[in-house]
Design a protein around this ligand. Structure first.
Ligand SMILES: NC(=O)c1ccc[n+]([C@@H]2O[C@H](COP(=O)([O-])OP(=O)(O)OC[C@H]3O[C@@H](n4cnc5c(N)ncnc54)[C@H](O)[C@@H]3O)[C@@H](O)[C@H]2O)c1
Length: 441
């Protein structure tokens, strides 16, 4: 201790010598008040060298900044999830390096929308639709924009097309981002409709590993986003989770009969895993999830030549080709018109129920019956050609929709005979356009 004390007094003396030396420049330190003054040292420190003035100017600049940018105050330390958001303009061209101007939006609703009582205007929501350039997604986008929401579509255009959304490009409430959901993305929204995934066997078998990645990593990324920003998340699962069902019709409680190692497994098991992930984020991270199990859906903007039976038959009848029936044609499917599905998805998202919910039309048709309806609607002279069946093709499929009827107050309204004519003119126009007919984007 003695040594330390000695050392510090030597240092002190050396300082004094340096500042008082004949060649030393002027130093404010020499102006120190004598210690004997009764002013506390901290106040003394504040008043010196105009420090107080600098502090006051700093406070003034800080408060002016927060008065002019009120929304920034939302991102205080109590919200660790806040971040800058890449946005694109409604031109349809992605501009993801732009930082979001949060000030133009009202505070987000954090997914707690629920049903709004009649007579009270709905709050406008910001909604992401992944896979929104596809068949179902583009109809969903139309519905959400028409009811006044802001919609951001994320799509990698694997099976989706800009043409499905081109009529929305001028709308300032619409944005389109080219993005693959297997990569994370940061956005600030109220709801996430997660549709991104090829849906027809031709497309999902084209690159099965990519299909699994889309279902697993894509769903993880979107669930992670939902958790981070507190958005409500809806997964479009599929009736394929029931596999080749041993229960008929299929209820949501049925666990399915799925081949885990077959050609279709990338899709079937991929969607089953996506459901598992959604439920685990719900139970473990309190994310508000909704799960829809969609049964065969048809309508305008389906991909031509995608191997799905309705689009196949309609395109073949228009092109005056034989309708190809796989197997004996006695396998059954039920077909719902796309507007019925979209109404069901929105009803589920706005409800307080997690699901899963079957969304499909319980009207059941064999492939041969469907071929007959297509012939009646488009060309009565069309012929039928039989081909060997594909692997793991389910024998029957028919949804039990009593749960959706009871809890969502939803049921399909459009029969097959009403719905088919509604897609024929769209198909005729696209088949006439040769580029489209060749699948060019
Ligand atoms: N249409 C049906 O009959 C049906 C039945 C059951 C389930 N579903 C489900 O509904 C959803 C939509 O189906 P659809 O019929 O509109 O199919 P679709 O192929 O027309 O649309 C899928 C969209 O997702 C996009 N996409 C695919 N992979 C992507 C990725 N990695 N990143 C970003 N975007 C990607 C595609 O480009 C396309 O726009 C799918 O999840 C599908 O599994 C549809």
């Amino acid at each position: 201790m003695k040594q330390l004390h000695k050392q510090s007094s030597i240092n002190h003396r050396r300082d004094e010598e340096m500042s008082m030396g004949p060649t030393a420049p002027y130093s404010p330190k020499t102006l120190k008040h004598p210690r004997s003054l009764p002013i506390p040292r901290s106040i003394n420190y504040l008043f010196k060298e105009q420090r107080l003035l600098f502090i006051l100017v700093g406070i003034l600049i800080g408060s002016t900044f927060f008065i002019l940018q009120p929304t920034l105050s939302r991102f205080g330390p109590s919200e660790p999830n806040s971040f800058s958001v890449p946005r694109s303009f409604s031109s349809g061209l992605p501009q993801r390096d732009q930082v979001s101007d949060f000030a133009q939006y009202p505070p987000i609703n954090r997914g707690k929308l629920g049903r709004v009582p009649a007579g009270i205007p709905r709050k406008r929501s910001r909604i992401v639709v992944t896979g929104g350039a596809g068949f179902v997604g583009s109809h969903l986008v139309d519905k959400l924009l028409d009811r006044g929401d802001d919609v951001i579509v994320i799509d990698n255009f694997f099976t989706g097309r800009k043409e499905n959304l081109v009529h929305r490009f001028g709308n300032p409430r619409f944005e389109l981002i080219r993005h693959d959901v297997v990569e994370p993305i940061l956005l600030e929204v109220d709801q996430i409709y997660h549709l991104a995934c090829p849906a027809s066997p031709v497309h999902y078998k084209y690159n099965p590993v990519k299909t699994i990645k889309t279902n697993v990593m894509g769903t993880l990324n979107m669930l992670g986003l939902a958790k981070r920003i507190g958005a409500r998340f809806l997964l479009t699962s599929t009736s394929e989770v029931y596999g080749d069902p041993l229960e008929h019709p299929q209820k949501e409680t049925y666990w399915g009969n799925v081949n885990p190692i077959g050609e279709r497994s990338c899709y079937d098991e991929g969607k089953r895993t996506a459901e598992t992930l959604a439920m685990d984020y719900h139970r473990g991270a309190d994310v508000e999830v909704r799960i829809a199990r969609i049964f065969n859906t048809y309508g305008p903007r389906m991909c031509l030549d995608d191997g799905r039976v309705v689009s196949n038959f309609v395109a073949q009848a228009i092109r005056k080709q034989p309708l190809t029936v796989y197997g004996d044609g006695k396998q059954t499917r039920s077909f719902q018109y796309v507007s019925d599905l979209v109404n069901g998805l929105v009803a589920l998202m706005e409800s307080e129920h997690v699901g899963p919910f079957n969304l499909g039309n319980p009207g059941e048709f064999t492939m041969l019956e469907l071929a007959e309806v297509v012939k009646e609607t488009i060309d009565s002279s069309a012929t039928i050609e039989f081909r060997p069946n594909t692997a793991d093709d389910p024998h029957k499929r028919k949804p039990d929709i009593s749960k959706a009827k009871e809890l969502l107050n939803w049921e399909p309204k459009i029969s097959l005979r009403e719905g088919l004519p509604l897609m024929v003119s769209d198909f005729q126009n696209r088949i006439l356009n040769e580029d489209e007919g060749k699948g060019l984007k």
